[in-house]
Design a protein around this ligand. Structure first.
Ligand SMILES: Cc1cc2nc3c(=O)[nH]c(=O)nc-3n(C[C@H](O)[C@H](O)[C@H](O)COP(=O)(O)O)c2cc1C
Length: 303
């Protein structure tokens, strides 16, 4: 059997398949279906300093081969997470990644400092959030803002730090370079692509928030292209995601340059998607005569 283990930002994963933030909650519902230790890791729902109730429904819409969401970072806040969810998750024999979010650099710092005193294995910093002090532009949409928040959080924690990039930019490679320069240990990409749908009968947007983030199989080619561009721009590790629903998709995004992968929207269609993808990767290795899966990272042979 092939060796599926991978290393990202110095952290060992038994396999490269991580449940994506916002699509797995804290694992309680999934644990009724399978043993969470089968996963390479779990990235928990985006956590902010204080509790957030999220956006007004409707906040999910179906799209061809995907979905739009505008959940709006509904979460119980960092103290609740550390006290009530993290101790249980840390017993699950899988890598636990705390996904953090904020509306100001100060909020990111405070959340990261609180996590620094815990045994969480890695911090994934979502920089797709609006910076309220800069007119609501996303932190991840300019090199300056992305660099500033990375620099500040790097100082606030010595946990492995993975910065999660937004695809809603002209050059994601430039943003990746900016966060690498400020001490990010890894980058993860892609977050959702901004989209909109309208009910033609009522003439109202389907989402109450008007716009939302597109994910699911429809975005896979965008994710593959962006991972490949970032792989050619930085030396730090990459967690690739966006539209992965099969083992072959995971292998594809690894060939583009990812060291590990996350699976999000596919879980709503098939709650077993992550464990199925681990099995499919094992078969992929057998068919393609690969002994160690991590050897394929960045192995695309371009024309
Ligand atoms: C319902 C929903 C909620 C999400 N919540 C978060 C979140 O809290 N933090 C975050 O960094 N990404 C969040 N994401 C983005 C996913 O983690 C992932 O980056 C994106 O959906 C692309 O992967 P996929 O096509 O496999 O879903 C969310 C996605 C969905 C569909």
């Amino acid at each position: 059997m092939a060796d599926l283990s991978v290393k990202v930002a110095g952290v060992e994963f038994k396999n490269p398949v991580i449940a994506a933030s916002g699509c797995f909650g804290y694992g309680h519902e999934y644990e009724e279906l399978f043993d969470l230790s089968k996963l390479g890791g779990i990235s928990v729902k985006g956590t902010t300093l204080t509790r957030r109730d999220g956006n007004i429904p409707p906040r999910i819409a179906e799209t061809p081969s995907g979905m739009l969401n505008s959940v709006g970072l509904q979460n119980p806040g960092i103290d609740y997470f550390i006290e009530k969810e993290l101790p249980y998750l840390l017993k699950k024999d899988t890598v636990i990644i705390a996904n953090i979010a904020g509306s100001s650099i100060e909020e990111y710092i405070e959340v990261a400092e609180k996590l620094n005193d815990t045994s969480v294995h890695m911090i994934e910093m979502n920089i797709s959030c609006p910076n309220v002090k800069k007119g609501g532009a996303g932190f991840g949409t300019s090199c300056d803002m992305a660099a500033s928040v990375t620099k500040a959080v790097r100082k606030a924690t010595n946990k492995p730090l993975c910065v999660k990039l937004t695809p809603n930019v002209t050059s994601i490679a430039e943003i990746a370079k900016a966060v690498e320069a400020e001490g990010a240990d890894a980058v993860s990409l892609i977050n959702t692509l901004l989209g909109m749908r309208i009910d033609t009968r009522t003439r109202r947007p389907i989402l109450h928030n008007n716009v939302g983030g597109l994910s699911g199989p429809a975005v896979l080619p965008v994710a593959v292209r962006m991972v490949w561009e970032v792989r050619n721009a930085v030396d730090i590790d990459i967690i690739g995601m966006g539209g992965i629903s099969k083992g072959n998709d995971a292998a594809e995004i690894m060939l583009a340059g990812a060291d590990a992968v996350q699976v999000g929207a596919a879980l709503f269609n098939d709650p077993f998607a992550c464990v199925r993808i681990v099995d499919e990767l094992e078969k992929w290795c057998e068919v393609n005569k690969v002994d160690k899966l991590s050897d394929i990272s960045g192995g695309v042979v371009t024309w």
